[in-house]
Design a protein around this ligand. Structure first.
Ligand code: CA
Length: 230
């Protein structure tokens, strides 16, 4: 079964170019030229990844991403934002609301394919063991679900990967660069600031007080550490 990619992009030429390149690499595709009615269609289509333009004629890509994250069917689907704007503000906003990656136009088809591949490989990664329990945390890697004290957390694909990495290496401090290398791998569009954004989002999910974390602590002047809850 080919992996299916949804392309949400109102510029017809660019959508066709992305479509052509994805198909050439064996992906199944579906193009949406705006955000109106797209959420419903995506829920039916259940793509493996969404390429999402930020500037759309109706509601913008950020809003659609928010809806994707709130959808029971789509909440874990990787979202790769496309934008003409390269502001750090936009990049951070995109990640804050649950985007997994960000590409600034113009980009090369080759770069797009590399990122799509990397995200899908990440989704597929079958890490042993399939489940892991540490303190109140239980990770189901096959289903890519996380439970904290029996309650399921709603994590994005990237947040899941980050938490998976931390709980697999408790008690060890990692710099932002080491985390980028280990968790994001070849997706080097991201900056060290990206790590901070995702750590903050993760804390909001796993900590009682995000500003006074118990599990995911800051190692001043260095990076982060997951405190062994056992
Ligand atoms: Ca656009």
């Amino acid at each position: 079964m080919p992996k299916r990619i949804a392309i949400v992009e109102d510029e017809a030429e660019l959508a066709a170019l992305i479509d052509y390149n994805l198909r050439r690499h064996g992906y199944g595709t579906q193009i949406f030229n705006g955000s109106k009615g797209t959420l419903k269609a995506l829920e039916q289509h259940k793509p493996d990844l969404v390429v999402l333009d930020v500037m759309l004629p109706d509601t913008d890509g950020f809003e659609l991403c928010r809806q994707i994250r709130q959808s029971a069917v789509l909440s874990r689907t990787p979202v790769l934002f496309l934008t003409a704007r390269s502001d750090e503000v936009d990049r951070v906003l995109g990640l804050e609301i649950g985007g997994d990656d960000y590409m600034t136009k113009p980009f090369s088809p080759r770069e797009l394919i590399a990122r799509v591949k990397a995200h899908l490989r990440r989704e597929d990664m079958d890490v042993e063991p399939a489940a892991l329990e540490i303190g109140p945390f239980r990770l189901d890697r096959t289903g890519r679900r996380v439970f904290l004290a029996g309650r399921e957390l709603a994590l994005t694909s990237t947040e899941f990967n980050l938490l998976d990495f931390f709980v697999t290496h408790p008690g060890r401090a990692y710099s932002r660069e080491q985390l980028l290398e280990s968790v994001w791998g070849e997706l080097r569009n991201v900056t060290p600031r990206t790590v901070d954004v995702h750590v903050r989002r993760l804390r909001e999910q796993i900590e009682e007080q995000a500003e006074n974390p118990r599990y995911l602590t800051t190692v001043r002047g260095f990076g982060y550490r997951f405190e062994d809850p056992a």
